[in-house]
Design a protein around this ligand. Structure first.
Ligand code: TXA
Ligand code: MG
Length: 364
């Protein structure tokens, strides 16, 4: 399916929107902005359309897709039973960066859910995404619009890098707001469980529905526990250079479960990273550093990438994936990053950064 002519339109271009709707209705592929990352959309109820998504991304077919809707009522068309907890979460967080897993009805094909009897559903808040769903009159299956294994796209140009020649239309809505994928919560078990951390945190969920578990595979990624979200088992977001995170103590798991009661000595981290950079540069390697805004002036490295302020981790989330893509463009051999584990969002950021690093951490 390579060498399709890929057309790019601005998200507010009416002609582009009409073209996108036409493409989706004829089972083609449209990339569109959401508030989290760009999605690669197709008709969720048509297996052949969904199959095109897997082909364009090079995605393993056991990795299910999220179905995007524009009206909470649509949940009842797709899910067999909708527990009270689901209704409460929908009311609290939709439209927004939360995906809920429910038991699926038969109209949702196995080709969309990777053969699972459950379905992931999300109502995004981005106006272009909502318009596309409403105008097409479809439910839109959409994973992140990257080639499998690359960082999720947070700008239309990232989508174009990965998908040109493979999809019909890209709607360009500019840089997304959040920058990391939605929180996924499974509501099919006795206790709700977070399968992927995101902008909607554990405590935000617990404020609405009471106790929420975290998938054990997220807490102990080193051990051989199979994650409940099939996509979480893959080494996602890996840059071509070898990425290492430098940290002062191992706090990542606690962080996902909201324990923010630690402090980090950044002087030690900066010194260690400078030492590592110097060592590799002396060996003739090209090296990059991912630094927080407040430490930027303390590094000696020719490729310094500024991630945002570590005290305001939403700024880090917004930039993380584009920085990982920049590392690829620079063709660096080694990348050293500070850990961005402060605050509740820190857990979601570290989940992505650790995956990108293949869990490689130097603890000092
Ligand atoms: O923010 C987002 O969620 C973005 C935007 C485009 O909406 N989408 C996204 O999709 O991140 P994707 O395909 O890259 O990630 C979906 C994740 C995968 O890890 C997949 O395994 C999991 O959701 N998933 C989907 N359906 C599931 C199900 N029925 N049970 C468990 N996990 C599921
Ligand atoms: Mg993805």
């Amino acid at each position: 399916m390579d060498n399709i002519k890929t057309k790019i339109y601005k998200g507010d271009d009416h002609i582009g929107m009409e073209e996108a709707v036409k493409v989706l209705r004829s089972d083609g592929l449209v990339a569109f902005p959401t508030e989290t990352v760009y999605g690669l959309g197709a008709n969720a109820l048509n297996e052949n359309a969904a199959a095109k998504i897997y082909a364009a991304k090079g995605r393993p077919s056991d990795n299910p897709l999220i179905v995007h809707i524009a009206d909470t009522k649509d949940v009842y068309e797709l899910a067999k039973d909708v527990p009270d907890r689901a209704v409460m979460l929908m009311e609290a967080f939709w439209p927004g960066p939360l995906t809920i897993i429910l038991n699926k009805k038969d109209i949702v094909p196995n080709g969309t859910t990777g053969g699972l009897s459950t379905v992931a559903i999300r109502m995004p808040s981005h106006p272009v995404a909502l318009q596309l769903i409403q105008k097409s009159g479809l439910y839109i299956a959409a994973p992140s619009a990257n080639t499998s294994g690359r960082p999720s796209p947070t700008e239309a140009k990232h989508v174009a890098e990965d998908m040109t020649g493979k999809i019909d239309v890209i709607l360009d809505g500019g840089a997304v707001g959040i920058g990391i994928e939605s929180t996924i919560v499974d509501l099919t078990g006795a206790v709700p469980a977070i399968l992927r951390p995101g902008f909607i945190t554990k405590s935000m969920l617990e404020n609405i529905i009471g106790p929420v578990e975290i998938d054990p595979a997220l807490i102990n990624p080193d051990q051989d526990i199979r994650p409940k979200a099939p996509g979480m088992k893959y080494t996602h977001y890996a840059p071509k250079g070898e990425l290492t995170i430098v940290e002062t103590q191992k706090i990542f798991c606690d962080n996902i479960s909201n324990d923010t009661s630690y402090t980090t000595d950044t002087t030690l981290i900066v010194d260690k990273i400078n030492e590592l950079v110097q060592e590799k540069e002396m060996q003739g390697y090209k090296v990059a550093v991912i630094a927080s805004e407040e430490n930027v002036n303390k590094y000696k490295c020719s490729h310094l990438l500024v991630a945002g302020h570590s005290g305001k981790n939403e700024t880090v989330a917004a930039k993380l994936y584009s920085i990982l893509r920049q590392c690829d463009e620079l063709e660096v051999d080694f990348i050293y990053s500070e850990a961005f584990n402060q605050g509740e969002l820190g857990g979601a950021i570290m989940n992505r950064l650790l995956k990108a690093a293949g869990q490689r951490v130097i603890t000092i």
